[in-house]
Every structure is written in structure tokens, then in C-alpha cells.
Design a protein around this ligand. Structure first.
Ligand SMILES: NC(=O)c1ccc[n+]([C@@H]2O[C@H](COP(=O)([O-])OP(=O)(O)OC[C@H]3O[C@@H](n4cnc5c(N)ncnc54)[C@H](OP(=O)(O)O)[C@@H]3O)[C@@H](O)[C@H]2O)c1
Length: 474
């Protein structure tokens, strides 16, 4: 029996004494004076027994046990449903074992920790982000779930559990896409992380082999996104786009969102919206959307050249070098068109492609012309051969042009590298506390674990659009 399972049993059945819990006791003892919540030995969970089947409500399932002092036990109060919760069973992926417990983000109350040094104490209201789908103890579709302290965010009193449960995975995906794949430094925003630097200070073998290239070789230092750069997001209505837009704006990027304006136009362009893009483009006709982006970026380029270079030699790269697609391979292909170099005739795209690429992890190494650099008028070092960078959250084009680097989000960094997880959750706490990040809109609240299947069906049908569906549990 582990120390912590012993603790839980002791806690339930008899008063703690100093001699019995050796080392761990003082923390628990302090908490026990505040009548710690009783933790049952069993709970209700949702189990997936087979791919393409609904999740089944199951009683008498063991409450998971803490394994080390970085873990806490959280009583689930609200669950944010994410697309992978229905895509995994439908397409039979990310299911390492059957029966499986799913659910990637939840908010609740800390009911047990095992270390005096823990950032959390019993009773704290938290958001638990469970990117670690291989560890069923951490899945959200259960009444009690384990969370690493470095994957857990303390919620400010201004946020309800429902609101807290909406933004975990999207925040992590946004921060890693911007900070790792594009090299954006967040240190000017409430002392946020500079993930690009942080990763290079770690021993390389602390990064899993399948993400090492993305983390260390996907982007050269002088190609990093800088304040003032433009970022385009295709699939601008999604939760991940929402968080990406918010973080990008805070760090000084200018943003373009491509979305269905008939559905989302007013909401996405509302002046008081934290995730309001600088340019909102309708997605209905994708080739027109690309033309609009390129025309606007060309105007920007001309303005910059007039202001700074007296109309000198025209650069073939427009100011748009960064794109994130949240929809899939097809729209990622359109977004790539918007990122391509201008051709010999202004506005004509270059379409030279390399042969079909395997899935973009590891990404191609960007091509640089180090000999051809000059000092830019904005004070940054400029290179004629700066690359464009395209991040696909859910797919990338088959053909990769030579000057566009493909990226996938190394999401496992969050739970596999404590320094990264910690930097992100502590930053999110500050952002939420100061109101600099706003949770996505909640467009539905359902009640009870038993209602999850119904919610996922609504997501399958495309009924949940432009916000989050949340399930209230406890
Ligand atoms: N690689 C990673 O690490 C990572 C991390 C996070 C998310 N993702 C993936 O990124 C994508 C976006 O995630 P998200 O959480 O931001 O999504 P989301 O908030 O659920 O938004 C998805 C958007 O897609 C559209 N949509 C909704 N249901 C749909 C359906 N059944 N079929 C087609 N379109 C539908 C809606 O937009 P419209 O109504 O405007 O069409 C909705 O606003 C998902 O595929 C997710 O799995 C990947």
C-alpha cells in the first residue's frame, strides 16, 4: 500500500497521530482541524469499453491514489468537454487501454495532497488540466481525479468552477503553439515564460524523442515571433483560437482570424472582447479569404517600406509569417497559401513544394540565408530568407513549400516536463487573477456525469460552436 493510500484510509477511519504518518502528517494534521472532506474509497466514473460506443456510467470504481508528492486529489465539480472526448472513441485513437476514462479538463476542489511543500492546500478551488491521457487517474470523467501540481491552476474567486473548466487545454495549446513553435516570449506579460529559452536550458534528453526536434530545432532564434508581427488563425471561432488570440494580443502580436462571419461576426469583432482580432475575415469562400489576407498584408508591407525604407527594394515576404489552423488539413492548406512568399509579380504566390511530407513531427528545418542579413529599420535583425511558420492543431497540408515550416504542438511538454507545466500554470493563475485572460463563452451547462454522452453527441453534430459545453458534476 502506498503512503498516500494509507493516508486516505487513516483519514477516513481514525484520527491522525504524529507517529502514524511520519513526515507527511503535519500537513494533513493542519488540514484535519478544518474538517477535511471525507474521501470515499469508491466513486462513479464514465468508462469507455469499446471504440465507437458511448461512455458507460459505472459505480463502485476505486478513487485513484496519489503516487508522489507532486500529485493532488481533486473532487470534480465541473468538466469542460473537448473535441478529443468524442473524436477519440469515434476514430479510435488516444485510447491506450480499455476500459478507458476520458475527459481532459475539469474544475473542482483539492481534497488531498501529500506534501507540506505543495502549492495547494485542501479546499483550494482549482482547474486541473489533464493532457496526460495515458494516466486514467487524471481523466476528468470521474468524481475524483489526480492532478500534478504543475498541471493545476488555482482559480480566482471571480471564476465559477464552470468558467474555470473551459480554458485549460486551449490555454496550454495556445501557449505552446505561440511560445514553442513560434518562439513568442511572454516575459513582458505578468512575467510569463520565455519557453524558447527555457527549453534550451533543459537537458535535451529530458524532452521526449518525438517532440525534441519541434522543441529545439523547429525555429532559429532570429526567426522568433516579435511584438508587431502578424499571426493568422484559421478556425477563429474555436476555443483554442480564442485563447491564442488573447495570448498573442497580450504579447504584442497583431492578429487575423478567419471564421464564418455569418455565425460569429458580431461576437468575434465585439470591441470589448479580449480575443478580438485586428482583422476578421470570412471563411465562406476560402480563396477569397486568402486574397483578403494577402492584399491587407501587402498594404502593410508597402506602408512599412514607405515609412522606413523610402520605397527601397521590395521584399518578397509579406509581414504575415505565422499561422495557426484549428480546423483540419484543408483549411491549413488555405492558410499556407496566405503565408507564401509573393511571386515575381506582386501578389502572385510561389508554389514550389517539396515532395509530400510525412506527418510534420519532427518539422522540417527552416532554410536561412545567413549571408544575406541586414539591420532592420525597426531595430530587429532582418533576414531576406525569414521563414513562415504554420502550426496545425489538427492536420497539415500534404505538400510543404520550401519556405513554410510546419509545426505540431508538443502538448506532452506540459505534463512530461514539470518546469514547463509549472511555468504555464503559474502564469495562467496570474493572468486570471488580474483578469488579463477571459474564459471562453459557456454555451451550455449540463448536469451529471450521465449527461456527458448527450453533450458529446451535440458536439458531434456541430451544435457547439463558438464556445464551450460544460458538465456540472458535484
Ligand atoms: N494538437 C493539440 O495539441 C490540440 C490541442 C487542442 C485542440 N486540438 C484540436 O484543435 C481543434 C479545435 O479544438 P477546440 O477545442 O478549439 O475546438 P472547439 O472550441 O470545440 O471549436 C471547434 C470549432 O469547430 C466547429 N465545429 C464544432 N463542432 C464541429 C463538428 N462536429 N464538425 C466540424 N466542425 C465543428 C465550430 O466552428 P464553426 O461553427 O465556426 O464551424 C467550433 O467553434 C480540435 O480538432 C481539437 O481536437 C489539438
Amino acid at each position: 500500500m502506498s503512503d498516500t493510500s494509507f493516508l486516505r484510509r487513516v483519514w477516513l477511519r481514525q484520527p491522525l497521530t504524529d507517529s502514524k504518518v511520519d513526515g507527511l502528517q503535519p500537513v494533513i494534521h493542519e488540514q484535519s482541524q478544518d474538517q477535511p472532506p471525507a474521501i470515499p474509497e469508491t466513486q462513479t466514473v464514465l468508462l469507455l469499453h469499446e471504440a465507437r460506443q458511448p461512455y458507460r456510467l459505472t459505480d463502485s470504481y476505486p478513487v485513484p491514489e496519489l503516487r508522489d508528492d507532486r500529485e493532488i486529489l481533486v473532487r470534480t465539480q465541473a468538466i469542460g468537454l473537448t473535441p478529443v472526448d468524442w473524436k477519440a472513441p469515434d476514430f479510435n485513437f488516444a485510447i491506450p487501454v480499455l476500459p478507458h476514462i476520458s475527459g481532459r479538463e475539469s474544475a473542482g476542489e483539492v481534497v488531498l495532497n501529500s506534501s507540506r511543500a505543495s502549492r495547494f492546500k485542501v479546499g483550494d478551488r482549482v482547474l486541473a488540466i489533464s493532457t496526460d491521457y495515458r494516466d486514467l487517474r487524471k481523466a476528468a470523467y470521474q468524481q475524483y481525479a489526480i492532478a500534478f501540481d504543475y498541471n493545476t491552476v488555482r482559480l480566482p474567486s471571480t471564476l465559477s468552477p464552470e468558467e474555470g473548466s473551459t480554458l485549460g487545454v486551449a490555454f496550454v495549446a495556445a501557449a505552446l503553439a505561440l511560445g514553442v513553435c513560434m518562439g513568442l516570449d511572454f516575459s513582458s506579460v505578468l512575467d510569463g515564460p520565455d519557453l524558447y529559452t527555457l527549453l534550451r536550458e533543459l537537458p535535451p534528453d529530458s524532452l521526449a524523442a518525438d517532440i525534441r526536434n519541434e522543441c529545439l530545432d523547429g525555429l532559429r532564434a532570429h526567426d522568433r515571433a516579435q511584438p508587431g508581427d502578424w499571426l493568422a488563425i484559421w478556425g477563429g471561432s474555436s476555443t483554442s483560437a480564442n485563447l491564442t488570440l488573447q495570448l498573442a494580443r497580450l504579447a504584442g502580436l497583431r492578429t487575423i482570424a478567419v471564421a464564418d462571419k455569418a455565425k460569429h461576426g458580431l461576437r468575434l469583432s465585439a470591441p470589448d472582447r479580449a480575443a478580438r482580432p485586428d482583422l476578421l475575415v470570412d471563411s465562406h469562400d476560402p480563396s477569397r479569404a486568402v486574397a483578403i489576407i494577402r492584399a491587407n498584408m501587402k498594404q502593410q508591407q508597402q506602408q512599412q517600406q514607405q515609412q522606413h525604407e523610402g520605397g527601397g527594394e521590395k521584399r518578397r515576404r509579406t509581414p504575415l509569417r505565422f499561422g495557426i489552423d484549428t480546423r483540419g488539413r484543408e483549411s491549413a492548406g488555405w492558410l499556407m497559401q496566405a503565408l507564401l512568399l509573393l511571386g515575381p509579380e506582386e501578389g502572385e504566390t510561389t508554389t514550389t513544394t517539396t515532395t509530400a511530407q510525412p506527418p510534420p513531427s519532427p518539422p522540417a528545418t527552416p532554410h536561412y540565408d545567413y549571408s544575406n542579413s541586414e539591420s532592420g529599420t525597426d531595430g530587429h535583425q532582418q533576414h531576406h530568407q525569414l521563414s513562415a511558420h504554420l502550426v496545425g492543431l489538427t492536420g497539415l497540408p500534404k505538400q510543404q513549400p520550401e519556405d513554410v515550416v510546419f509545426h505540431t504542438v508538443p502538448i506532452k511538454l506540459f505534463h512530461e516536463v514539470p518546469a514547463v507545466g509549472e511555468a504555464l500554470v503559474e502564469w495562467l493563475e496570474r493572468l486570471l487573477e488580474k483578469g488579463l485572460v477571459t474564459p471562453p463563452e459557456i454555451i451550455g451547462v449540463q448536469h451529471g456525469l450521465g449527461s456527458v454522452n448527450r453533450g458529446l453527441d451535440r458536439m458531434r453534430k456541430g451544435e457547439i460552436s463558438g464556445g464551450k459545453l460544460v458538465v456540472r458534476v458535484g
